[in-house]
Design a protein around this ligand. Sequence first.
Ligand code: PMP
Length: 289
Amino acid sequence: MNGTSQIVYLNGHFLPLAQAHVSVLDRGFIFGDGVYEVIPAYSRRAFRLDEHLRRLQHSLDGIRLANPHTNAEWADLIRELIARNTGEDQYLYLHLTRGVALRDHAFPQGVAPTVFMMSTPLVPPPREWCETGVAAVSAIDNRWDRCDIKAIALLPNVLLRQLAVDHGAVETVLFRDGILTEGAASNIFAVENGVILAPPKDNHMLPGITYDLVLELAEAHGIPCEIGRYGEARIRAADELWLTSSTKEILPITRLDDRPVGSGRPGPVFRKMHALYQEYKTQVMRASA
Ligand code: PMP
């Protein structure tokens, strides 16, 4: 990535990345007191923007931080960020903190939030990951009780994802009290006898925009789905496992903790869903062109 030509947004200004600075007293730096969003843009158009802005509002409400912009203002800022950066496909990172104040846990009064946005080229996952699948490891979900908030304080997620990397795997599948929640940076689905199994959108997982799209596509195309709490044994015995996220789209997990998932190859329901997802993306981008 060429950081010197990258244009970012900070507190009302577009400027080169190298010139963007925040105070060491920013509460994001001191406390991890903030929230974020990641929005993919295909063919220079933000994908599912309304859904991402709705989730941002949910995160802001969750930490009691007022939204500094209307959705129309966000849409304008995002359009400008895309226009000022190179690449047809970009991924946009939005980051808001409770601003700069002398260090005290309690909320500061009359302080403006810090608003930062950057764009990075969006590189799709390697083709072979879809064709042969990826490896994952599992771990106990030791995060807090508000995983529905997209909080910038990601230390548990960082440690859990590193566990996957340490084992040459792509993701860590999390179980809380023996029940599937999600991945360290993705949502997880299973398939059992042709039925898609998904954990419920509660406080133990991030409500993924891709998760919603997968369920929407399944419903529209008559693929049966069941939302529920699934124990570790059932997940390990599933025919298929997938991970989903805005940047990784849908990937088949074909090994979990060094054992094959189902046949050890991407399954038929994955192939169907992957095709539906790509078709949906193409249609949306064509419609908005
Ligand atoms: N769960 C977690 C913990 C995540 O960090 C992410 C996004 N990287 C997701 C789920 C997937 O969400 P989305 O589909 O909106 O990218």
